[in-house]
Ligand binder design. Structure first.
Ligand SMILES: Cc1cc2nc3c(=O)[nH]c(=O)nc-3n(C[C@H](O)[C@H](O)[C@H](O)COP(=O)(O)O)c2cc1C
Length: 302
């Protein structure tokens, strides 16, 4: 039998599939089901900086939830913090660690909307946040990033140097929509599809040989092919969300079984043996990850 285990941020996962932060991980009954169906770890929905600022009881409830998950589950439980300032809220991370979470995922959901803020200042914000969080806790930290940076690769390396154990690529931003009848701006939430996977696959492939931290793919991971591609370019874990909303949580088990079958059919001993086999540094033609690929596609279609 193929060995599906994967090391992610120093945690040994039984397989690479994680239930990412969403309402699906908000209740004890659903995380128990996720574990039973094959999830190798669960990430709680985010604790928002703004919620903690409004009421301290939110923090206690979150810590109690971590404790109850830890009591009920055998798989790693990852807390998620979502904020953008260096304020006192980060000090609360120690409570989450005390409650027993195995790692903390920091989601810096920041829209760089001002013409007055430079890319340098924005990246500094990320580094400062991580620096402060690292000082509060000893458990592994992963950072969930958007792809909208001038240099994703440089930022990930800086985060690694600041003590981050994993990068989660990439956050999806929920885009405001305009209702032309009522002339109002409305939030819109759409689930992803597999088309979004390729952005993650490119960047994980580009980064794999340049950094040592763990890499997790989130966004557009729907099919076994999406997951295999992410692993082949070097992902250590695959986060699932939209696909579980669409197909139900049984899908996590189906994906795990298909991964096992693929490894056996292709004579690979396990996940560790295929991770990074097709990273930028290891493929025969690495330029396919870059600009040359664009030229080729244009020439073929002209
Ligand atoms: C309804 C919903 C709620 C979510 N809540 C959170 C959250 O609290 N924190 C977070 O970091 N990501 C959150 N996400 C983002 C997911 O964890 C995931 O990164 C994103 O949906 C991309 O993965 P997907 O293409 O598999 O959906 C949420 C997504 C959805 C659809």
């Amino acid at each position: 039998m193929a060995d599906l285990s994967s090391d992610y941020c120093g945690l040994t996962l039984a397989n690479p599939f994680i239930a990412s932060a969403s309402p699906l991980t908000a209740e004890l009954t659903s995380v128990k089901q996720l574990q039973q169906k094959g999830a190798a770890a669960v990430i709680l929905p985010s604790l928002f900086e703004e919620s903690v600022a409004r009421s301290g009881s939110v923090l206690n409830e979150y810590a109690d939830k971590i404790k109850s998950y830890k009591d009920a589950l055998d798989i790693p439980v990852i807390a998620s913090l979502n904020g953008i300032t260096e304020g006192g809220w980060l000090e609360h991370a120690a409570c989450l660690e005390q409650a027993g979470c195995d790692a903390i995922e920091l989601n810096i959901y920041y829209i760089a909307a001002s013409v007055k803020e430079s890319s340098d200042q924005i990246e500094r914000r990320y580094i400062d946040l991580v620096y402060k969080l690292r000082a509060q806790i000893g458990v592994p930290i992963s950072v969930k990033l958007t792809h909208q940076f001038s240099s994703v690769a440089h930022l990930v390396k800086r985060l690694e140097d600041t003590g981050v154990n994993g990068a989660v690529l990439f956050n999806r931003f929920y885009l405001p929509d305009i209702d032309v009848e009522s002339m109002t701006v409305m939030p819109s939430l759409q689930l992803s599809n597999s088309n979004e996977a390729l952005l993650r696959i490119r960047w994980i492939g580009l980064l794999r040989d340049q950094v040592a931290l763990s890499l997790s793919a989130t966004g557009g991971m729907h099919t076994i092919d999406d997951a295999l591609k992410a692993l082949l370019v070097g992902a250590d874990s695959i986060q699932l969300c939209s696909v579980l909303f669409e197909k139900g949580i049984d899908e996590i088990g189906h994906l795990r079984d298909r991964l096992e079958q693929w490894l056996e059919d292709n004579d690979h001993p396990g996940v560790a043996a295929i991770k990074g086999l097709m990273s930028y540094g290891r493929v025969a033609d690495p330029s396919a990850f870059e600009r040359a690929n664009y030229l080729q596609v244009l020439e073929e279609n002209s």
